[in-house]
Design a binder for this molecule. Structure first.
Ligand SMILES: *Cc1c(COP(=O)(O)O)cnc(C)c1O
Length: 400
């Protein structure tokens, strides 16, 4: 019987099993070493076994694990204060995952319209290629037909529009529209970044029509693009009203948050929402430690330096392997290449060369390495990819 026979067959992991991680490397029981350029899908931003994270969680484990929100949790106060000082937000709701953070964002937007006297405004406009999670509401928000099939009737209140087309968004706004929800950089959708001009235009549109702007920065936040949040590249000109965050925020500890302005959160009063585990002491200890590391200017400098270097190297790979690489894309250390060969097969081939990368929609080979990587790590990854692309030339071309 295979080791995973009693697990849902929702995943098909490879044979090897990792037992330990250190920095940008993962190790198997036999001591085989892999360079981790996907970091638990943009989660382990500080790498594996970061001393500050280990210390914070160990210390908390000896004090208190869980309380529920029936009682005050000090870590929630310190962490919410930090995030509000560093962003547009005034209020925070802590969750256990990204999907729950997006759920909270959707509920917050609708409640805001409701308490402002617009109970008919419940529709959320979203973008094609989006990924917002796997709960019932977030698969409907994401709109990917593959994730909706077989799960009952489509939930009303979500309209998926072509990626990056402002005119179509404009035309789609009606007296039912409550909010626009988008990822400043789509992760699962193929590492596609929206430019800051587009974000500003959407912001203006929301102001003009009384809509709430919701960002899903679950993947592109937490320092991934070289600023704490990707939309901050717009220098305060494209701030949202509500934002979902998770993944890198906990540095590997499962947690997330929904951030909102005072106005947007006004409807979320006692009894409207809740979570048993959300904001629990262990998660807060991890996320407080992660925040303190993620907001060190040296770390963001490193992200910007390494991503420039990595993108340059990707361009080199594209020139050296025109039969394999179609384009280079992404922002910061959420980046990759659209391939002419099947990205999933190329990802698996890289694994046989001890490099862990991901894939994403639109046939993209996706990378989200720890933010702490050095030039040596980039060189090592590029040398492996060079070899992998050489071997991939023999593969059949990707045909959609
Ligand atoms: C991963 C992801 C989610 C869902 O997060 P989970 O923690 O898996 O629920 C939502 N939105 C985006 C953009 C993501 O990348």
């Amino acid at each position: 019987m295979a080791a995973n026979d009693h697990l849902y067959n929702c995943y098909s992991p490879p044979e090897m099993e990792f037992v330990r991680g250190e920095g940008a490397y993962l190790y198997t029981e036999d001591g085989d070493k892999y360079l981790d350029f996907i970091a638990g899908i943009a989660v382990n931003g500080l790498g594996h076994g970061h001393p500050a994270m280990v210390k914070a969680v160990k210390e908390q484990a000896e004090k208190l694990w869980h309380l529920s929100n029936m009682f005050r949790t000090k870590g929630q106060y310190t962490l919410s204060e930090k995030y509000c000082a560093a962003t547009f937000a005034d209020k925070v709701f802590f969750t256990n995952s990204g999907a729950e953070a997006v759920e909270c964002a959707i509920k917050t937007a609708r409640r805001c319209q409701f308490v402002e006297g617009h109970e008919d405004r419940f529709e959320i406009l979203t973008l094609q290629g989006a990924f917002h999670g796997r709960t019932m509401a977030t698969i409907n928000a994401g709109g990917n037909p593959k994730y909706l099939e077989g799960f009952g009737p489509a939930m009303p209140g979500f309209t998926s529009l072509p990626f990056g087309d402002l005119e179509i968004i404009k035309e789609s706004i009606s007296d039912k529209t409550a909010a626009i929800l988008l990822e400043p950089v789509q992760g699962e959708g193929g590492v596609r970044a929206l430019d800051t001009k587009f974000l500003k235009d959407v912001r203006d549109l929301c102001d003009e029509h009384g809509l709430l702007l919701i960002y899903d920065e679950v993947q592109c936040g937490a320092g991934r693009t070289g600023k704490l949040f990707a939309h901050q590249w717009a220098n305060g000109n494209a701030d949202p009203d509500i934002m979902a965050v998770a993944k890198g925020m906990g540095g590997g500890f499962p947690m997330g948050a929904c951030l909102a302005t005072e106005r947007a959160a006004a409807g979320m009063v006692v009894g409207t929402h809740g979570s048993t585990y959300g904001g629990n002491p262990m998660a807060m200890a991890a996320a407080n430690a992660a925040f303190d590391e993620l907001t060190k200017p040296e770390l963001m400098d490193n992200v910007n330096k390494m991503s420039n270097f990595l993108m340059q190297q990707f361009e080199g790979l594209k020139q050296a392997h025109p039969e394999v690489v179609e384009d280079v894309r992404g922002k910061g250390l959420l980046c990759g290449m659209k391939l002419k060969k099947k990205a999933l097969d190329v990802r698996n081939l890289a694994r046989t060369h001890n490099l862990l990368v991901g894939n994403a929609g639109d046939n993209v080979l996706r990378m989200a390495p720890p933010l702490i990587i050095s030039e040596d790590h980039v060189r090592e990854a590029i040398a492996i990819l060079d070899q992998v692309f050489t071997e991939a030339k023999a593969m059949d071309d990707f045909d959609g």
